[in-house]
Write a protein that binds this ligand. Sequence first.
Ligand code: NDP
Length: 276
Amino acid sequence: MIKSIENKVKLHNGVGIPQFGLGVYKVDEGKTIVETVKTSIDLGYRSIDTAAFYANEEGVGQAIKESAISREELFITTKLWNDDHGYDATLHAFETSLKKLNLDYLDLYLIHWPGKDKYLDSWKAFERLYNEGLVKAIGVSNFHEHHLERLAASANEKPTINQVELHPRLAQEKLREYCKVKDIKVEAWSPLARGRVLNEPTINYVAKKHGKSPAQIVLRWHLQHDIIVIPKSVSPARLKENADIFDFQLSMEEMNQIDQLNMNERTGKDPDEVIF
Ligand code: NDP
């Protein structure tokens, strides 16, 4: 039973990442991002997932500085954007992100999308940043099995995490199984399918039984599948609701019922269609 928001998943290099955190895609730079991150930290969130592409790294950094929680207790992720691939460009992009975040190290740096093949050079720069201690863990996002295989053929370091779209309508069972065998942790983006799974009758039925909201049921389903989750919200009430999932347990039968909702339906793009 996963009992606390402080529960951590151990990555293959020994680093612990909170299994539950905040995603900040489409959270506006400025007051909104600063308030959202600060509220989440007050509620017990310790992991923040941003990206250069989200254009809110500065606000995330400001919130971290203004919070009462020490840097070491927080787990900060950002991502390399598609325009910045290549060895030198990656090193430069990392420095820019770190400066915007106003940090001297990052917990996790991810390749946002694989694209065609530039990720192989970018990964070499990731390995350097990791070896220099500037980032505690390196990983990838939106990688299919074939991208991971190709990377493995030339890499010295294995990715610690693959962050992919994952929710009850896109359960990614094959990829999850592959990553499990390789000891690469799976992190779900759009864990709520951007709200699209919340009207599902099965989820509402289970929610009523537990006296919980549909979003809480979906997030609990992720946790019990050992998936790392980073739901996004700018509403203080929903930030609180999403984090209040550590006092109940879905039964095996309920997990199976939610598993049945899979229809391999994406809300975002298939990584093989994002070519650059
Ligand atoms: P989510 O599945 O987290 O859903 C967010 C949406 O659901 C928002 O519209 C939010 O609205 C709403 N919502 C949140 N909580 C509740 C609730 N309890 N009840 C009802 N509605 C709710 O989608 P995201 O796409 O934001 O994914 C999460 C994170 O994953 C991102 O923020 C980002 O960090 C990461 N990500 C990574 C990608 C990648 O390529 N690596 C791609 C996309 C996302 P409101 O804010 O108004 O509450």
